[in-house]
Design a protein around this ligand. Structure first.
Ligand code: SF4
Length: 448
């Protein structure tokens, strides 16, 4: 297969949730969580709490979130989260120590919740799940209008080590074009409040590839962000997807758009070079970290082997063999229905929707998630886990990447690493490593 665009898809987890299926249809049925987790290591789990609410729906967004949630719905949602946490903690058992090594509140926009509701969210993580939030990295996502002083005070006091804010652009017209109406003054005030809260790591998300964005305006946004000396910056290429706000305005969303690809690649390279010249190191295509900054949140890197407990209706959980979640949707009407189902759920003892990730799929996941990091894959670690070498398991794919100049020929023999061009093409390379079965499941889902 050849790629026609560098922007085929952001691989932040493999397999993608659109490859999950109702487990009731699997021969093993809907497994009990207590059985799923019985023989899993539980001494370095990650905890993720998902809040599927936002004030406005950004035009580029395909995340699982709804806007305009009334107060009674957030209360009902937290009630359900509390019930789910109790059931999951019960399923983890006490036969061996259960310890959480990292926690994150994501969304949606977790700070859509009020300060009081955020206290409750922290209580669920601590009292129900047993996570010691003040002693592990705790990352929280926020937005300019919801990053209020009272909410940030709660989060800082409860142990938040990283706040990530989606700014997207410091140019008001570009923010509007990406269907995110906001004013720079509001963004600057929010950044000031975050710094005042003294959370150790500030991450700013920016987007490139917006209609009308130029290298000059992109550098303007980068410099406005750099003025805050954020410990981390994520630079995201804009994607227009069907069923998101912007997708509705495009009738030819699947047609190749060479000019747009070129704009995004040009802005990516300009952004990368600008940050590298300003004391940042590149962690992945999207993530840049200030050299010597404390590492206070999960990397742009889902750990290859440690388990993850996701709570909330859009969250994924990972054991060593099964990835599972509640149901999944992008379209607003369906999202509402799924959130309502979640809040009405009393029995959280079984995994509902998921996909088994064993054998070949586990190897693909390991290769993908390591290769998409700037530091690449350590071959000895792969061999130790699977008993084979990645070159033996994926010869065609790796030869193809090498032929395109995407692998770094100067890397030490024990390391498989992308070249700068390979990193620039992460969103083309990642999907090429999907298995035929996962690809088929994803396209069958999208055809629904
Ligand atoms: S991009 Fe973030 S803030 Fe915007 S709608 Fe999606 S989840 Fe909400």
């Amino acid at each position: 297969m050849t790629s026609t665009t560098p922007y085929r898809g952001y691989v932040y987890a493999y397999p993608h949730k659109t490859a999950y299926r109702p487990l009731a249809g699997h021969p093993a049925g809907r497994p009990l969580l207590s059985e799923l987790w019985a023989s899993e290591p539980k001494d370095a789990l990650s905890l993720y709490l998902h809040i599927p609410f936002c004030e406005v729906r950004c035009g580029f967004c395909n995340l699982f979130t709804r806007i305009g949630a009334p107060d009674e719905l957030t209360t009902r949602y937290l009630d359900a989260l509390d019930r789910q946490a109790a059931a999951v903690r019960d399923a983890l058992g006490d036969a061996e120590p259960v310890r959480f090594a990292a926690a994150a509140f994501g969304g949606g926009t977790p700070t859509f919740l009020t300060a009081g509701e955020l206290e409750r969210l922290c209580d669920i993580a601590e009292k129900r799940m047993g996570a010691d939030l003040r002693s592990v990295p705790l990352s929280v996502e926020t937005s300019p209008s919801t990053a209020t002083a009272d909410r940030l005070a709660v989060l800082a006091e409860r142990g938040t080590t990283r706040v990530s804010i989606g700014v997207q652009s410091f140019v008001d017209a570009e923010a509007r074009a990406a269907v995110r109406p906001q004013h720079r003054a509001e963004v600057e005030a929010a950044l000031g409040r975050i710094r005042d809260a003294r959370v150790p790591v500030l991450n700013i998300d920016l987007i490139y590839g917006i209609d009308g964005q130029t290298e000059e305006s992109w550098r303007f946004s980068l410099d406005a962000a750099l003025a805050w000396r954020p410990e981390e910056l994520y630079l995201y290429p804009l994607y227009v997807r069907p069923l998101t706000g912007l997708g509705r305005h495009r009738t030819d969303a699947d047609a190749p758009d060479t000019a747009w690809d070129e704009q995004r690649l040009r802005l990516y390279r300009a952004g990368r070079d600008h940050l590298l010249a300003h004391g940042y190191e590149q962690v992945s295509m999207r993530m840049f970290r200030l050299k010597d900054a404390p590492q206070a949140g999960p990397d742009d890197y889902a750990c290859q082997t440690d388990g993850m407990i996701g709570l909330g209706c859009g969250a994924r959980s990972y054991t060593s063999s099964l990835h599972y979640s509640f149901d999944y949707a992008v379209e607003m009407r369906e999202i509402r229905g799924i959130i309502d189902d979640f809040t009405a759920t009393e029995d959280f003892s079984r995994a509902e929707v998921g996909r088994y990730v064993t054998g070949d799929e586990a190897r693909r996941r390991h290769l993908l998630q390591s290769l998409l990091q700037a530091e690449g894959l350590e071959r000895a670690g792969y061999r130790e886990r699977f008993g084979t070498d990645p070159h033996a398991d994926f010869p065609a794919e790796l030869d193809r990447f090498a032929a395109r100049g995407w692998l770094d020929g100067s890397a030490a023999p024990g390391r498989l690493r992308l070249s700068p061009e390979g990193l620039a093409h992460s969103d083309a390379l990642g999907p090429e490593l999907f298995s035929p079965a996962v690809r088929a499941a994803m396209s069958a889902y999208e055809a629904k």
